[in-house]
Design a protein around this ligand. Sequence first.
Ligand code: PLP
Length: 358
Amino acid sequence: MPRPIRVRFDTAALAHNLEVARRRAPHAKVWAVIKANAYGHGLLRAADALRAAGGFALLDLNEAARLREAGFAHPVLLLEGIFEPRDLDLVEAMHLTPVLHSAEQIAILEAAAPKRPIDVYLKCNSGMNRLGFTGAAMIAAHARLKSLKQVKSITLMTHFADADGPSGVSSQLAAFDAATAGLAGARSLANSAATMRYPETHGDWVRPGIMLYGASPFPDESAASLGLMPAMTLSSELIAVQALKAGEGVGYGYLYRAERDMRVGVVACGYADGYARHAAGGTAAGTPILVDGVRTRTVGRVAMDMMYVDLTPVPRAGVGSQVTLWGDGLSADEVALASGTVSYELFCALAARVPVEE
Ligand SMILES: *Cc1c(COP(=O)(O)O)cnc(C)c1O
């Protein structure tokens, strides 16, 4: 028998979550962001479930090639654009839309001679200070691109640093509007958080990622309350049960010591499967986890292949009991919060060794 850990992907949930994004931004087209192997959900599986999107956004030319080879004819947006001159040959051959965020990238385009002009996105740095042109440099970059016969259309874009947090979007939106005032072209600004919370950012194309996978972009609003459905469920089973006496420790470093006599289950899942090693296991609250559908907590330090659960609320649980690490019935956002991270990182960390339940 294979090790009992497995992951299930709910493609209907992906399609449903895309519909939530479309309803929130009814006047915009949607780039479904499927970078990083669709946030761990499988590139082609996600693209197939999200084929109602206007296009797909990702970073990696190899991922773009896999989409094209699988027959997807959608527009494909390269979020980091091109890295060297020969990337432009692939952009042309595969009809991709590169983001141009630097003078170096524009110089590459200027020196190239594509047979057909290409659609580009011009990125404005409106305050996040990651990629793009600021203020006057944006206007100059736009003028330079407009004069190039290599360019078919220019869409103006930016990205928010804190659409999910207390700063919101207002100062970046003002900076973007100022830097692009009077420039022709479609606009694309909104990630999931801005798509859900700030209609004034919708523009012509929104770029939701995390919400498509059924997790909330907000620390203060749950995925369920946003109408999102989890698309990834990570499950396993108990492979052993230990009876601890009060004061006894469990696992590496005895991170957890029993407050009283208790039963502890050993789960076939560890950090080599993608579970966070930093999940709280030494605190009273632990990290939430389901055993036979009952909510309990993790205890002790997550090991490479195993971790531990408090069986006090599930006295009937034993070897073979079903465990849900996150997904159906337990939001990945809650698990992430107790692990000092975000659901994005949990999803992306899902290990290739975890078998996919079809
Ligand atoms: C990743 C990314 C997105 C999607 O962000 P979410 O928070 O997952 O919705 C949108 N735009 C850009 C430029 C990105 O890098």
